[in-house]
Design a protein around this ligand. Structure first.
Ligand code: ADP
Length: 160
Protein backbone atom coordinates (compact mmCIF):
# COMPACT_ATOMS: atom_id res chain seq x y z
CA UNK A 1 0.00 0.00 0.00
CA UNK A 2 1.26 3.44 -0.97
CA UNK A 3 2.46 5.46 2.04
CA UNK A 4 0.91 8.90 1.76
CA UNK A 5 1.61 11.66 4.29
CA UNK A 6 -0.32 14.89 4.62
CA UNK A 7 1.85 17.84 5.70
CA UNK A 8 -0.70 20.31 7.07
CA UNK A 9 0.00 23.92 7.94
CA UNK A 10 -0.83 27.55 7.35
CA UNK A 11 2.30 28.12 5.25
CA UNK A 12 1.87 31.88 5.49
CA UNK A 13 4.44 31.89 3.96
CA UNK A 14 5.96 28.48 3.03
CA UNK A 15 9.61 28.65 4.12
CA UNK A 16 12.89 26.80 3.63
CA UNK A 17 12.13 25.13 6.98
CA UNK A 18 8.94 23.67 5.50
CA UNK A 19 10.74 22.69 2.29
CA UNK A 20 13.30 20.75 4.32
CA UNK A 21 10.56 18.80 6.14
CA UNK A 22 8.86 17.94 2.82
CA UNK A 23 12.07 16.72 1.16
CA UNK A 24 13.11 14.68 4.19
CA UNK A 25 9.55 13.32 4.38
CA UNK A 26 9.98 11.94 0.87
CA UNK A 27 12.69 9.60 2.17
CA UNK A 28 10.04 8.00 4.40
CA UNK A 29 6.83 8.28 2.37
CA UNK A 30 5.89 7.51 -1.23
CA UNK A 31 3.94 10.73 -1.54
CA UNK A 32 3.71 13.96 0.45
CA UNK A 33 0.63 16.14 0.15
CA UNK A 34 1.19 19.69 1.36
CA UNK A 35 -2.15 20.82 2.75
CA UNK A 36 -2.72 24.54 3.22
CA UNK A 37 -5.37 24.83 5.89
CA UNK A 38 -7.87 27.56 5.15
CA UNK A 39 -9.44 29.03 8.19
CA UNK A 40 -12.00 31.61 7.16
CA UNK A 41 -11.77 33.40 10.53
CA UNK A 42 -7.98 33.87 10.26
CA UNK A 43 -6.85 36.50 7.79
CA UNK A 44 -3.79 35.49 5.80
CA UNK A 45 -0.83 37.76 5.08
CA UNK A 46 0.10 36.04 1.80
CA UNK A 47 -2.96 35.15 -0.32
CA UNK A 48 -3.80 31.45 -0.38
CA UNK A 49 -3.91 30.96 -4.16
CA UNK A 50 -0.62 32.79 -4.61
CA UNK A 51 1.09 30.66 -1.96
CA UNK A 52 -0.36 27.46 -3.46
CA UNK A 53 1.04 28.40 -6.86
CA UNK A 54 4.48 29.24 -5.42
CA UNK A 55 4.68 25.92 -3.56
CA UNK A 56 3.61 24.06 -6.72
CA UNK A 57 6.37 25.82 -8.66
CA UNK A 58 8.91 24.97 -5.96
CA UNK A 59 8.19 21.26 -6.35
CA UNK A 60 7.37 21.21 -10.07
CA UNK A 61 9.97 18.49 -10.66
CA UNK A 62 8.56 16.16 -7.99
CA UNK A 63 5.59 14.07 -9.19
CA UNK A 64 5.21 12.65 -5.65
CA UNK A 65 4.62 16.05 -4.01
CA UNK A 66 1.14 17.52 -4.27
CA UNK A 67 -0.32 20.76 -2.95
CA UNK A 68 -3.93 21.22 -1.84
CA UNK A 69 -5.92 23.81 0.07
CA UNK A 70 -8.52 22.46 2.48
CA UNK A 71 -11.26 23.81 4.70
CA UNK A 72 -12.04 20.87 6.98
CA UNK A 73 -10.56 19.02 9.93
CA UNK A 74 -7.02 17.89 9.14
CA UNK A 75 -7.90 14.31 10.15
CA UNK A 76 -10.92 14.26 7.81
CA UNK A 77 -8.78 15.60 4.99
CA UNK A 78 -6.14 12.92 5.60
CA UNK A 79 -8.79 10.20 5.50
CA UNK A 80 -10.23 11.60 2.28
CA UNK A 81 -6.73 11.50 0.73
CA UNK A 82 -6.05 7.94 1.96
CA UNK A 83 -3.15 9.41 3.94
CA UNK A 84 -2.36 7.36 7.06
CA UNK A 85 0.33 9.77 8.21
CA UNK A 86 0.56 13.41 9.17
CA UNK A 87 3.97 15.02 8.77
CA UNK A 88 4.98 17.84 11.11
CA UNK A 89 8.20 19.60 12.04
CA UNK A 90 9.53 20.26 15.54
CA UNK A 91 11.82 23.18 16.32
CA UNK A 92 11.64 23.47 20.09
CA UNK A 93 9.66 22.61 23.21
CA UNK A 94 6.99 25.20 22.39
CA UNK A 95 6.33 23.35 19.13
CA UNK A 96 6.25 20.08 21.06
CA UNK A 97 3.61 21.27 23.56
CA UNK A 98 1.38 22.44 20.73
CA UNK A 99 1.97 19.42 18.49
CA UNK A 100 1.36 16.98 21.33
CA UNK A 101 -2.17 18.32 21.77
CA UNK A 102 -3.15 18.38 18.12
CA UNK A 103 -1.72 14.96 17.40
CA UNK A 104 -3.85 13.47 20.23
CA UNK A 105 -6.95 15.16 18.85
CA UNK A 106 -6.21 13.97 15.33
CA UNK A 107 -6.02 10.39 16.54
CA UNK A 108 -9.29 10.86 18.42
CA UNK A 109 -10.93 11.93 15.14
CA UNK A 110 -9.17 9.34 12.94
CA UNK A 111 -7.82 6.45 14.96
CA UNK A 112 -5.52 5.00 12.28
CA UNK A 113 -3.64 8.24 11.69
CA UNK A 114 -0.06 8.53 12.97
CA UNK A 115 1.75 11.85 13.19
CA UNK A 116 5.41 11.64 12.26
CA UNK A 117 7.62 14.44 13.57
CA UNK A 118 10.89 15.45 12.01
CA UNK A 119 13.28 17.52 14.09
CA UNK A 120 14.29 20.70 12.31
CA UNK A 121 17.65 20.88 10.57
CA UNK A 122 19.72 23.13 12.89
CA UNK A 123 20.46 25.84 10.33
CA UNK A 124 16.74 26.22 9.64
CA UNK A 125 15.56 26.18 13.26
CA UNK A 126 15.22 29.98 13.61
CA UNK A 127 12.95 30.28 10.56
CA UNK A 128 9.29 30.82 11.30
CA UNK A 129 6.48 32.14 9.11
CA UNK A 130 5.51 34.75 11.70
CA UNK A 131 9.02 36.23 11.87
CA UNK A 132 9.13 36.36 8.06
CA UNK A 133 5.78 38.17 7.99
CA UNK A 134 7.07 40.74 10.47
CA UNK A 135 10.28 41.31 8.50
CA UNK A 136 8.38 41.60 5.22
CA UNK A 137 5.74 43.95 6.65
CA UNK A 138 8.46 46.47 7.49
CA UNK A 139 10.26 46.19 4.18
CA UNK A 140 13.09 43.82 5.13
CA UNK A 141 14.26 41.45 2.39
CA UNK A 142 13.26 37.87 3.25
CA UNK A 143 14.26 35.93 0.12
CA UNK A 144 17.01 34.04 1.93
CA UNK A 145 14.38 32.23 4.01
CA UNK A 146 12.12 31.19 1.13
CA UNK A 147 12.59 28.42 -1.48
CA UNK A 148 11.13 30.63 -4.26
CA UNK A 149 11.66 34.17 -5.38
CA UNK A 150 9.55 36.97 -3.97
CA UNK A 151 9.59 38.65 -7.39
CA UNK A 152 7.36 35.82 -8.54
CA UNK A 153 5.08 36.51 -5.61
CA UNK A 154 4.78 40.17 -6.56
CA UNK A 155 3.96 39.24 -10.16
CA UNK A 156 1.34 36.75 -9.04
CA UNK A 157 -0.14 39.28 -6.61
CA UNK A 158 -0.62 41.74 -9.43
CA UNK A 159 -2.44 39.09 -11.49
CA UNK A 160 -4.89 38.29 -8.68
P1 ADP B 1 0.64 25.84 11.74
O1 ADP B 1 -0.10 27.11 11.57
O2 ADP B 1 -0.24 24.62 11.56
O3 ADP B 1 1.54 25.75 12.93
P2 ADP B 1 2.96 26.38 10.05
O4 ADP B 1 2.80 26.70 8.62
O5 ADP B 1 3.41 27.45 10.95
O6 ADP B 1 1.55 25.76 10.45
O7 ADP B 1 3.93 25.13 10.24
C1 ADP B 1 3.64 23.87 9.69
C2 ADP B 1 4.58 22.82 10.31
O8 ADP B 1 5.92 23.11 9.94
C3 ADP B 1 4.56 22.78 11.83
O9 ADP B 1 4.69 21.44 12.24
C4 ADP B 1 5.78 23.57 12.22
O10 ADP B 1 6.29 23.16 13.47
C5 ADP B 1 6.73 23.16 11.10
N1 ADP B 1 7.80 24.14 10.89
C6 ADP B 1 7.69 25.47 10.68
N2 ADP B 1 8.90 26.05 10.52
C7 ADP B 1 9.81 25.04 10.63
C8 ADP B 1 11.25 24.98 10.58
N3 ADP B 1 11.99 26.07 10.40
N4 ADP B 1 11.83 23.76 10.75
C9 ADP B 1 11.08 22.66 10.95
N5 ADP B 1 9.74 22.64 11.02
C10 ADP B 1 9.11 23.82 10.86
Amino acid sequence: MKKIALFPGSFDPFTKGHEDIVLRGLRIFDEVVIGIGTNSTKKRYFPLEVMKELIERTFADFPNIKVIAYDDLTAHTARMLDARFLLRGLRNTTDFEYENGISQVNRYVYEEIETVFLITSPHLAPISSSIIRDLHRYGQRVDDFLPYSLNELNELNQDQ
